[in-house]
Every structure is written in structure tokens, then in C-alpha cells.
Design a protein around this ligand. Structure first.
Ligand code: TRP
Length: 359
């Protein structure tokens, strides 16, 4: 028993440089044989996604889908219960998230969009998985610690403590080999790898060990210069109107130097705006800054506003159109959930057979 709980992950596996090297190697394999890979990733339904999500991950998911990777996109409607405020408007958030996915190009004919709560067999994996991790391991998870530190709740719920194991079930139920995530999710991925390893060594080979696919996510700051986050009111939503976008960018923090340059270390706020324009225009940020030159913050803001509004006009139009068709959104989720259930039922059957819990 203790041998199962004592395996500490190898430092090298946890290290960021190693994860980056591994991701680069995976990228090469994906390009050679995309059809060999299933990827799973997801979001907590906390409301509308913003531009940071778009350039950080959505864009990459659509790219993988279009390359031919089997994409599973999870709306983590049980994980989000760690946050009471959000949980009060769950249905609305799930719909918003689905609309954002479809608008950016997640294609339900090629990708599976599904929700935790509709896939019982996925959730059932949580119980045997919880037996494979120790309480002290749960307590050491740096991402959870950080969330607890920033939480507005007065007490830490059991779900907050155990959700990384639930997330392991999200990944393992469909035997996803790839998990495209940002680096804050690496500790969770390590939990999933550990659970897979321990399950296999205890009961026999069932789960492949999933690997992180780190995207080179550009760091966009919020309009106040802090971390971009919906709850801080400093994020431009994908679904924002052109006017709302202009207003937010007009109010964005800059600095007193009229000459616009791209220098993220010395001028984080100005550089983040330059970067946003450059991403929207598919251009190099130094070049974009050079062209704005001495036109100051107002010149910069004009360029950023046009770049964002032009880039997102088609996505926003598509989103508005899709929002009119509730039946379509429900169908996408129903079909996605049906497929996720078929996969989860098969995996649970294998798990119960491996555990000799088949009566
Ligand atoms: N924890 C992720 C987030 O907060 C969302 C998520 C849930 C997820 N399950 C997942 C991401 C499985 C990757 C794989 O953004």
C-alpha cells in the first residue's frame, strides 16, 4: 500500500524546460500523424471567454482540430462548483461557453463538446482514483494552494481539495494522450499521470500516461495592467461589441512615454497593448510598435481597437447568429454528451474488470 502512495514524481518530469522540450517533440509527431492523437482540454464555465483565452488556448484547439487531432472539449461544470458565485448561474455560463467555442471554430462534426454533469461514468472514476493519492499530496498542489489563497470563500471545500483528481478522471476517461494547457495546469497533469501509473501498477494496464502540450501562450495583461481575468473587470470578452472594445481600450493603463516601443519588462502595459494588436494582425510586435512610433498612447489605442475589432468581427457575427439558435446549442451538447458517455461507459467497464469489481 505505501509503495503505491510513495512514488514521488521525478523532478525532471515536473520541470518546465523538460515540459517545453517534450511539447516541441509532440508537435512534430502531431504534424506527422495527427490521427493518432486524442486531446482533451476544457474550461470552467465562469462566463464569456476573453481575448486572453482566445490567443492562449482557443486558437490552438482549433488548430489541432483542423490538423486532424481528435479533440475533446470539456465544459467543467462540476469543477466550477469550487466557486459558489459562478455556480449560481451555471446554465447561462455553459451556454455562453458553448457559443464561444462554436464561434471561434470548434466544429462539432470534428470535435466533442461535453459537460461533466452529463457523464456519470466519468465521475464514477473519481472514487477509485481518490484511493490512489494521499491527502498530503493533495495539500501540496501549487495551483490549488494558489486558488485557495485567492478564494473569496470562507472555508475550503472538499471539492477544492480534490478537484485535481477529478480532473485526472476528465483526462483518463477518454484516454487522451495530449492535454493542451497553460503552465498553471502542469501540477494537475502530473496528478493525472500519477493516477494512471498507480492504477496500472495496482490493477493492470488500462490508462496511457497523458502528456501536456504547452502552447507558447502570449502573456496578455488586463486593461489595468494586472492579470487578465473576467472577475477583475479588465478583460475584453470575445463577444464584446466594437463599442465596448473601444471603451475598454480607451480606458487601458499606459505610461507617460509618448514613443511607443515593445519592451514587456520595462513597459508592461504599453507592451501588452502592442502585443494584442500584433496578435490580431499576425505581425511582429516590434514592427507594430515602430510604426506607431511617436503617436503616443492615443495612437496606440486607435491601432489596437481597430486591430481587435477587425480580427473579431467575423467571430462576433457568427456568435450573434448562433445565439439565435438555442436548439442548435442544445443539440451540440446533447450529441457531445452522448459520445462522451459511450467512451466513459467503455472505460468504466474496463476499470471494473481490472479491479475485479464486475458482478
Ligand atoms: N482546470 C481547468 C481550468 O481551470 C479546466 C479543466 C477541467 C481542464 N478539466 C480539465 C483542463 C481537463 C484540461 C484538462 O482552466
Amino acid at each position: 500500500m505505501t509503495t503505491i502512495l510513495d512514488t514521488t514524481p521525478d523532478d525532471d518530469e515536473l520541470g518546465l524546460p523538460a515540459a517545453r522540450r517534450r511539447s516541441a517533440a509532440l508537435e512534430r509527431q502531431i504534424h506527422e500523424q495527427p490521427g493518432r492523437f486524442r486531446a482533451l482540454t476544457g474550461d470552467r464555465p465562469t462566463g464569456r471567454l476573453h481575448l486572453g483565452h482566445y490567443f492562449g488556448t482557443l486558437h490552438n484547439r482549433v488548430r489541432l482540430q483542423n490538423l486532424g487531432v481528435d479533440m475533446m472539449v470539456l465544459i467543467a461544470d462540476y469543477q466550477v462548483l469550487t466557486d459558489r458565485d459562478v455556480a449560481d448561474r451555471l446554465a447561462e455560463h455553459v451556454e455562453d461557453l458553448t457559443l464561444d467555442y462554436l464561434a471561434v471554430g470548434i466544429d462539432p462534426d470534428r470535435a466533442t463538446v461535453f459537460t461533466h454533469s452529463a457523464v456519470p461514468a466519468l465521475n464514477q472514476l473519481l472514487l477509485p482514483f481518490l484511493s490512489l493519492v494521499s491527502v498530503s499530496e493533495l495539500g501540496r498542489n501549487p495551483t490549488v494552494k494558489d486558488e485557495i489563497a485567492h478564494s473569496r470563500q470562507s472555508a475550503v471545500s472538499g471539492l477544492m481539495f480534490t478537484y485535481p483528481v477529478h480532473q485526472a478522471a476528465d483526462i483518463l476517461f477518454c484516454k487522451a494522450g495530449l492535454v493542451p494547457v497553460g503552465q498553471d495546469q502542469l501540477p494537475h497533469l502530473e496528478v493525472a499521470r500519477t493516477v494512471a501509473r498507480r492504477f496500472n501498477s495496482r490493477y493492470g494496464p488500462v490508462f496511457p500516461e497523458p502528456e501536456a502540450l504547452l502552447s507558447a501562450a502570449p502573456l496578455l495583461l488586463g486593461t489595468d495592467g494586472g492579470k487578465m481575468s473576467k472577475s477583475r473587470g479588465n478583460a475584453i470578452a470575445l463577444a464584446a461589441t466594437a463599442d465596448e472594445t473601444a471603451r475598454m481600450i480607451r480606458g487601458a493603463k499606459t505610461d507617460a512615454d509618448r514613443n511607443i516601443t515593445y519592451d514587456p519588462a520595462a513597459r508592461p502595459e504599453v507592451s501588452s497593448l502592442v502585443l494584442l494588436a500584433a496578435l490580431c494582425l499576425d505581425r511582429d510586435p516590434h514592427e507594430v510598435a515602430g510604426e506607431i512610433g511617436g503617436r503616443g498612447a492615443a495612437g496606440l489605442k486607435g491601432v489596437v481597437t481597430d486591430a481587435v475589432n477587425d480580427r473579431f468581427a467575423p467571430i462576433r457575427a457568427r456568435r450573434a447568429e448562433l445565439a439565435q439558435d438555442r436548439a442548435h446549442i442544445r443539440r451540440v451538447l446533447r450529441d457531445g454528451n452522448e459520445w462522451a458517455n459511450a467512451i466513459a461507459d467503455d472505460t468504466l467497464k474496463e476499470v471494473r474488470e481490472a479491479m475485479k469489481a464486475f458482478y
